[in-house]
Design a protein around this ligand. Sequence first.
Ligand code: C2E
Ligand code: MG
Ligand code: MG
Ligand code: MG
Length: 280
Amino acid sequence: RAKAQGRNTYSHYLPCLTEEARARFELERSLRGALQNDELRLHYQPLVDLASGRCIGAEALLRWQSAEHGTVGPDRFIPLAEESGQIVALGTWVLHQACQQASQWRREGVLLDTIAVNLSPIQFMQRNIVQIVRDALDISGLPAACLELEITEGALMQHIAQAEETLKALRTLGVRISVDDFGTGYSSLAYLRRFALDKLKIDKSFLAGLPEDPSDSQLVQTIIALARNMQLSVLAEGVETGDQEVWLRQHGCDQCQGYLLGRPMAAAAFSDHWQAQQRG
Ligand code: C2E
Ligand code: MG
Ligand code: MG
Ligand code: MG
């Protein structure tokens, strides 16, 4: 199509690209100050056990409230942080912050089974990742069994031997591993079986058509069966309707997460949510 429009397409496109590149550069530059300027926060989204309907934990999700750019979503700034290498510092901060918060909650009686933390592929491939995780546990006093690390299929399949070794070492620490956005990557089932894993998180894109769409519901059933077969637990992300929740429970999904069960919230709001639920 670009070819059909001729050479003019380029003169029209180039300034746009430059503008975009400049915006990215600007964003990346101010992201460098975000930690020191205290512009980062974690929000916490409930993880719910489907059988009991109880909130069993939370996924920590990073938020950037930039003085210069307003609220910037992780889908925009995480890729930038990955390109620039800042993800290593940000990711370490997230781990420490999440473990500290979960540990403090446990002291206050907000007894989460699970605090889930996303690991970027770059973090996961860091040579000292096991030490970084161990430090976060030691300093916070959080029991390792409470920490779940979320890793995407892509990160696992890129350098299989190293991934296998890192997963084993993390397992030895006592933390759990879940595969995030499952179904969107290119997993080799043979390797998935070899890896030390605990949970598959079904990507929210497959939930959209549930329960009506036959191909989405077939696919979700297949992933649930796969998890069963590999003796992993399985969570569905992006649950927005009561019908979806009922369907997932009927089809043997273990856990769910989504706007229906609770949006990502600031720490104080999450602990209110937890306490209201314990009373109810
Ligand atoms: P993710 O790990 O798959 O997180 C789930 C995303 O789905 C979150 O988006 C969450 O707000 C959103 N979500 C939850 N329930 C629903 C729902 O019912 N409907 C819809 N449409 N969306 C729902 P968020 O917070 O914008 O994060 C986007 C992605 O950014 C995350 O996807 C994760 O890949 C990345 N991310 C967030 N925080 C961190 C972090 O601390 N470190 C790293 N490495 N990545 C992070
Ligand atoms: Mg996640
Ligand atoms: Mg996900
Ligand atoms: Mg995602």
